[in-house]
Design a protein around this ligand. Sequence first.
Ligand code: TXA
Ligand code: MG
Length: 371
Amino acid sequence: METKFWELKKNPEAAIGEAAELIRRGELVAFPTETVYGLGADGLNGTAVEKIFAAKGRPGDNPLILHIADTEQILPLTTGLSENARALMDTFWPGPLTIVVPRSEIIPDGVTAGLETVAVRMPSHPVAVALIRAAGCPIAAPSANVSGKPSPTNAQDVAEDMTGKIAGILDGGNCGIGVESTVVDTTSPVPTILRPGGITREMLEERLGVVEVDPALNGDPALRPKAPGMKYRHYAPKAPVYLYEGPRAADRLTEAAMRAQKQGMHIGVLCDDRVKARLEGSLRRGHTLEILSWGEGKPDLAEHLYELLRDFDRLAPEMIIGMGVDEKGLGLAVMNRLRKAAGYQILLAEEDRIAVRSGKDFPEFLLVPEE
Ligand code: TXA
Ligand code: MG
């Protein structure tokens, strides 16, 4: 299949009109949102929705989010909204929040993967909004990556995964937030975060009072996540990833990187600007490290994480070592993604020692404390 690529700088209305027409005809079009790129289909057309699963190689038991452009558009999709659901819609829509509500009959089973609930989100990205309005239907859209790869945050990464498999790609530049929307179950008595994202736990609690976080998100394999998609090993680059967390994470990462270069290892280092500057100040010329920085704070980490994981795949280091951040604010969402990328191979860099937080068989050079 030939995949159209629309550069939106030129003539956005015409391109969005063409893309909407393809959606109405049951084809797939990738489009930008404020979180990550989505792979869209007419959400009320079961045949079109099936094409999403084929293009992504997505397991059929993983339900999709329906994207809408106006609040009233949710009404035919659900049998009823709880007070919590309405409060969240009023406060956080449009934006990076998905709510899980009871589904109505008109939704194809492919969208909900047989569940009695449906996930709905109203994005704020102007291209997404214009596309949904022009298509005149809710748009079912997962992230526009091949299943198992990091979500795409720019149109080139979408093209890498989807060229030849879908009808078109709307290029709206880089996504600002960079991690997927927060998914909140509003059907339980206490609202529960099923996937942390752009709207933080603190923001939800300020509006709703108590909010729970699905305990399965901590990586305990005995617990089954309530969002089916959270059980898969997403966001995984090809090389194994090891993480340092805790108060001395930056120091331990710096020391390990120095040892790796002495041994001539070709390894990736994922860190912030400070650690990168410190390393580059002390490394020999012609060193064998691939040091990629996300910038300064958590918003930079969220914005660039997926792009950096994809960059590491191109650089093909033998392994990647990185550092974590605390779980306040956006930290919960980025650490959820980063820990998954690391397959939960995590060391805790305490003040006076390195402990294993989770995982096993760590390479020796990560564990030696500097004398
Ligand atoms: O930011 C986002 O949400 C992006 C953009 C494109 O909007 N979309 C996205 O979709 O991340 P996807 O399909 O990659 O992730 C949807 C998540 C999955 O973990 C899925 O299992 C969960 O939402 N989900 C969907 N419907 C659900 C339901 N009825 N109950 C529980 N979890 C659900
Ligand atoms: Mg996804």
